[in-house]
Design a protein around this ligand. Structure first.
Ligand SMILES: Nc1ncnc2c1ncn2[C@@H]1O[C@H](COP(=O)(O)OP(=O)(O)OP(=O)(O)O)[C@@H](O)[C@H]1O
Ligand SMILES: [Mg+2]
Length: 258
């Protein structure tokens, strides 16, 4: 005897419900697993971001310390030494000193004082470039390029195609970034030409920097980052900008957007 129709319907309903139950269960399980993984990924991202910020802070503190010790060294070695020598000469001046010796000593002391004035000016100029303060970033960069051109070792081509003005509060950071790039070219690249172009793209400032030296591989950058490049990143994080290392046939090329 076959099953009654009701029994078959009941069976179908029970099986159907079972299938629906299993389906919902798997959806729920999938959802929980997915949510967990998302959370883990988010945590991982947060940790990476945190580590990066920590690294930037460390760089910024380290370079501040380095700058301080450099200034201390300059003060001690240049200004301090010259003051000591001047004091020594000054001690030799007595009422009994013959006039020709007196003249010789004052001449030397005058020389030392001039040296000292130059030294102090150099230190303060280094701390906060006067041209930057007085004439703004573009003029300061032009002047920096000129100074390097005058050294005769390397040619700097500076092109300003900006149409927007640059906020005063951002100028020093941008100046220091370009200064570090130039220093790197002088130190590592063995180049004969530096090209710097400033322009605007969608209200952002774009800096194109390029030299024709031995270059730096994109992959190499990751391992080679010294205080200089980390410092650039740290300054860019203040400016909410970023740096792209571009590949060229010859030399080193970066694009900075900030
Ligand atoms: N223009 C360049 N051409 C070729 N190599 C470069 C150039 N700029 C940087 N590099 C390479 O990248 C490395 C990292 O540069 P970075 O400025 O971070 O450190 P550094 O110049 O060696 O030291 P620091 O800047 O801390 O005094 C350099 O040691 C150099 O090998
Ligand atoms: Mg450097």
């Amino acid at each position: 005897m076959g099953e009654s129709e009701e029994a078959i319907t009941l069976k179908i309903i029970i099986i159907g419900m079972g299938v629906i139950f299993l389906l919902s269960l798997s959806v729920i399980i999938f959802f929980i697993v997915y949510q967990r993984r998302l959370l883990a990924q988010q945590k991982e991202r947060q940790k990476l971001e945190f580590d990066y910020q920590k690294e930037l802070l460390k760089t910024s503190i380290l370079s501040q310390e380095e700058e301080r010790s450099r200034i201390a060294k300059e003060l001690h070695d240049d200004v301090g030494a010259m003051l000591t020598t001047s004091k020594l000469y000054f001690g030799q001046i007595t009422p009994a000193l013959p006039l020709d010796e007196f003249n010789e000593i004052t001449l030397k002391m005058n020389g030392f004082l001039n040296e000292m004035i130059r030294s102090v000016r150099h230190i303060s100029q280094d701390l906060r470039p006067v041209v930057l303060e007085k004439l703004g970033l573009i003029e300061a960069l032009q002047s920096l390029g000129q100074t390097i051109n005058d050294s005769g070792k390397i040619k700097v081509f500076f092109k300003n195609n900006t149409t927007n003005s640059i906020r005063k509060s951002r100028e020093l950071n941008i100046y220091r970034i370009i200064q570090e790039l130039i220093t790197n070219t002088l130190k590592h690249a063995n180049a004969s030409i530096i090209k710097i172009e400033l322009k605007n793209e969608n209200d952002a400032l774009v800096i194109l920097y390029q030299d024709n030296g031995k270059g730096l591989d994109k992959q190499e950058v990751l391992h080679k980052k010294g205080l200089g490049l980390k410092n650039i990143e740290s300054r860019l994080s203040v400016l909410s900008g970023n740096i792209n290392f571009l590949t060229t046939a010859k030399g080193f090329k970066v694009e900075i957007v900030c």
